[in-house]
Design a protein around this ligand. Sequence first.
Ligand SMILES: [Zn+2]
Length: 133
Amino acid sequence: MTHFKMIKPGDLFVTHNTGLQITEEAHCAHGQAAVMLLLFGRFRSGQGAERLDALLPRCVLAEMVGSLHAQILRDEGAASLQRFQDEVATYAEQSAAALEQLHRQHRDCCEAGFRTNGAEHTCGRTDTGADRE
Ligand SMILES: [Zn+2]
């Protein structure tokens, strides 16, 4: 994968906001659910803001992250790689706390639940977040 370094960029999609979710839309040969990447930004040649939704097998994402680790290590050294890995760990903790909070608020099951702070649901859930602390 490192030979991609030789490839000149095309019309770059410059992102200003991103998100991802594990999705049952597709599974790789290992049976793992794919990752949907949501990229908000614009093409350098384009006019306004656009959204790109990309479906990525999780094993491919692991390979990409591994390649990124190797490139940071080779180009910037072990200390830079350690800083990057520490950042990933910090974001993983923050994200886990945010997911736990959404779960406690009954907002992690459907879009209606998310938007109404758990008061209304389109997923069939009957217990609302009304009694939450
Ligand atoms: Zn719901």
